[in-house]
Design a protein around this ligand. Structure first.
Ligand code: ADP
Ligand code: MG
Length: 495
């Protein structure tokens, strides 16, 4: 008996460690693969009175947020995790053991079951109507004519809800990792595209409208399906949501018969990328400090591991540059384009995908990436490489800062040392061999905020990656400038 138990334990341990193939509705061929220590996920939830099932893969990090594997107590959703190939193929049901009105149901039981929920429903509708009258989204007030846009009657999809409400509801009551897939799909399929606003490594980014609100839609070509899936997966990491990380709304893959449309929907920021913004505008000292603080805060949140069932793994971005930072209307920034990011599993000290060490944008690559001396088995290495790139973005910011009416034109880092589309070799010669870094002009010394920015950059650019500052340290140092700005910035920089 003991021997059998031990064999069973060993067997299940073996299942937990190997990578698995699972059924996945959102994926190509309806199949996904978990990383090591992942699980197949099977769930069913009540949407508009009907059972909808969702099947996919769970990464080891998501497994840690145990809630993925446990059903809710109120029988509105059921989830389980299993550990053999395609074990999530079976379709779960929410039905209670005894069917309603079936044999064994007395008249009294039936009456209670029918009348109590009906009364509760009436009360809920009444409360809902009262609440909706009191709290409408601003865009609804402005655009009453949009009230009748077509929408599926999905969970949480009352026509009074705007995106902020939906996301807020989910972050307070859901798993902390995003909207349910069916809600995401419904949103994505009712967006009307307006104009193309950007192009990057993958596909094209469009401004779209959803119920009168602007959204950004990144459209991937079907050959970039892996990138689409990866970016959507990263954005749905538990507890990733932060005011300085681009707000993810939905991912959708729509097969129109001849090709698959892959969409990633996010909050729209009309100023576009920091690159575009700095090309167009100069910055006040305060404006520069606010942008720098928010970029450092976003990166510090990404890099930070939060421990606990609702925890977040540490994430390295691997493509920090001014084109991947967006500027919000209020002058703060968000970090975007998480498609190359890697998550760290601190238990096994592994990354969630095999790391190809030379990814990212050549101009912004840290010296250890350029000369391939980076230690890819240590997650710290990737964070340190992000910090080097952050220093270059700070340099782009500081050049555009206007002090006593003086500033420099916008330039990319190393604009004077490498060609416009440099090869790795071009950048490596400058950064590793000649050990050059962007120029820090003397006049920055006469302004407190620019002096701090210059010092921070130098401490982000060390060849010795271990000597570089952490994102948290950069954030703290630059935000101290904010604290004293009224006294120092105005006195020293602007008079
Ligand atoms: P890629 O992976 O192709 O590089 P990005 O996510 O970096 O795509 O987006 C490319 C460009 O599209 C950005 O540099 C920016 O100009 C624009 N863009 C992307 N997302 C948004 C958004 N949410 N709001 C406004 N502009 C955006
Ligand atoms: Mg990009």
């Amino acid at each position: 008996m003991r021997l059998r138990e031990a064999a069973l334990i060993l067997l299940s341990a073996a299942h937990i460690t190997a990578a698995l193939k699972c059924v996945c509705q959102l994926c190509t061929n309806h199949t996904c693969e978990t990383g090591t220590d992942g699980a197949c996920w099977n769930s069913v939830m009540l949407v508009d009175g009907q059972e909808k099932s969702v099947k996919s893969c769970l990464t080891p990090a998501e497994m840690k947020g145990e809630m993925f594997c446990h059903s809710s107590r109120n029988n509105v959703s059921k989830r389980n995790c299993c550990f053999t190939d395609f074990c999530n193929n079976e379709t779960l049901h929410l039905n209670p053991e005894r069917p309603l009105g079936g044999p064994g149901w007395g008249r009294l039981e039936l009456a209670v079951v029918i009348t109590v929920p009906s009364c509760l429903l009436c009360v809920a509708i009444l409360l809902g109507v009262l609440a909706a009258q009191g709290q409408r989204c601003a865009y609804r007030r402005a655009n009453e004519q949009n009230a009748e846009e077509p929408l599926d009657n999905q969970m949480l999809m009352s026509p009074d809800k705007c995106l902020k409400d939906l996301i807020y509801d989910m972050s307070t009551s859901g798993s902390g990792s995003g909207l349910p897939l069916l809600v995401q799909r419904t949103i994505a399929r009712t967006i009307v595209l307006q104009e193309s606003i950007g192009k990057g490594r993958f596909g094209e980014v469009w401004r779209g409208k959803w119920r009168g609100e602007d959204v950004a839609v990144k459209i991937f070509s079907s050959r970039d399906e892996r990138s689409w899936f990866r970016e959507a997966e990263i954005y749905q990491t538990i507890m990733l949501r932060h005011e300085n990380i681009l707000g993810f709304i939905a991912a959708d893959n729509k097969d129109n018969g001849s090709w698959t449309q892959l969409w990633l929907v996010s909050e729209y920021h009309e100023h576009g990328s920091l690159f575009d913004y700095l090309n167009r505008y100069t910055l006040s000292v305060e404006g520069m400090v606010i942008l720098a603080t928010s970029i450092a805060s976003g990166l510090a949140h990404l890099h930070m591991e939060i421990i606990g069932t609702q925890g977040k793994p540490a994430i390295a971005h691997r493509d920090i540059k001014s084109k991947n930072v967006l500027v919000k209307k209020n002058g703060t920034a968000v970090i975007a384009d998480l498609g190359l990011s890697v998550k760290h599993d601190s238990n096994s000290n592994t990354l969630d995908i095999p790391s190809n060490h030379r990814v990212g944008t050549k101009r912004y690559m840290a010296p250890e990436i350029l000369d391939e001396t980076i230690n890819t088995s240590s997650f710290e290495s990737f964070k340190r490489a992000d910090i080097y790139s952050l220093g270059l973005v700070f340099w782009e910011l500081a050049r555009r800062c206007s002090v006593r009416g003086l500033n420099e034109d916008f330039q990319l880092p190393y604009y004077d040392l490498v060609p416009s589309d440099p090869s790795v070799e071009d950048v490596r010669k400058v950064v590793c061999e000649q050990k050059l870094r962007p120029n820090i002009p003397n006049q920055w010394q006469s302004c407190e905020a620019l002096r701090v920015m210059g010092k921070l950059m130098r401490e982000c650019w060390y060849t010795n990656a271990a000597a570089r500052l952490t994102a948290l340290r950069v954030k703290k140092t630059i935000s101290q400038v904010t604290v004293v700005r009224d006294v120092k910035i105005r006195e020293i920089c602007e008079i």
